[in-house]
Design a protein around this ligand. Structure first.
Ligand code: DX5
Ligand code: ZN
Length: 227
């Protein structure tokens, strides 16, 4: 399996999202990662379904929507209708995670479950066979440009092992502080979808940054220690 790069538009210029997405796609972006924040679950506020719908019209690659909101069940259908191909929800806000994951799937959308840095991997145990992907947060959600939490590496390994035990080949995604230094480490740990915001859009050339990040990630995949 190859590594997919999911540029996060959170760090892009919101007045020129179409240009940002096109540049990332020219650089080899496999997905576009869209961070939805409600000012409650996380301190920041970002975007909702109408913006996702507009992005869907211009993006060539699938949209990976990361819901950092309370009561995500109320909005899943709207994001699916807006064009999300993947929707991830935080385990921390969901007492009925099984119901939510299957509600996402029933809409024809890939269902992901997200773990905050302080949430133990065991929180996923009963859902390991059901999820389409697992998103490991390697920063506390809310803002781009934060420093990668080193412990996330072993967490990716633990999530991969849990999925393997459940016989689930679902990929592990990682989000927060991913750049050309951390990308090879998380790929070696088993991550196969890499989200990156500032490492791509806070550079003078997002196309090139995407290409170089992808190359660094793919190179790690080729090393003998990588799984
Ligand atoms: C943080 C978001 C991330 C963010 C990552 O809450 O979930 O997707 O955009 O930004 P960087 O790559 O700058 O850490
Ligand atoms: Zn995100």
């Amino acid at each position: 399996m190859s590594v997919r790069i999911a540029p996060s538009i959170l760090s892009a210029d919101f007045a020129a999202l179409g240009d940002a997405i096109a540049a990332a796609e020219r650089g080899g972006a496999d997905l576009i990662h869209i961070d939805v924040m409600d000012g409650h679950f996380v301190p920041n506020i970002t975007i909702g379904p109408p913006v996702v719908r507009s992005i869907k019209r211009v993006a060539k690659v699938p949209l990976d929507v990361h819901l950092m909101i309370e009561e995500p069940d109320r909005y899943i259908e709207a994001f699916a209708e807006a064009g999300a191909s993947m929707i991830s929800v935080h385990v921390e806000v969901l007492p009925h995670l099984h119901r939510t994951v299957h509600a996402i799937k029933s809409l024809g959308v890939r269902a992901g479950v997200v773990l905050n840095p302080s949430t133990p991997v065991v929180a996923l145990e009963e859902m390991a066979a059901d999820v389409d992907y697992v998103l490991v947060m390697s920063v506390n959600p809310g803002f781009g440009g934060q420093t990668f939490i080193p412990r996330s590496e072993s967490k990716v390994r633990a999530v991969r092992a849990l999925l393997d035990r459940a016989g689930n080949a679902a990929p592990v995604e990682i989000d927060g502080g991913i750049d050309r230094d951390t990308a090879p480490r998380v790929v070696a740990a088993g991550a196969r979808i890499l989200v990156a915001g500032s490492a791509i859009f806070h550079t003078p050339d997002p196309e090139r940054a995407t290409r170089e990040l992808k190359a660094a990630a793919q190179a790690a995949l080729a090393t003998p220690t990588a799984r």
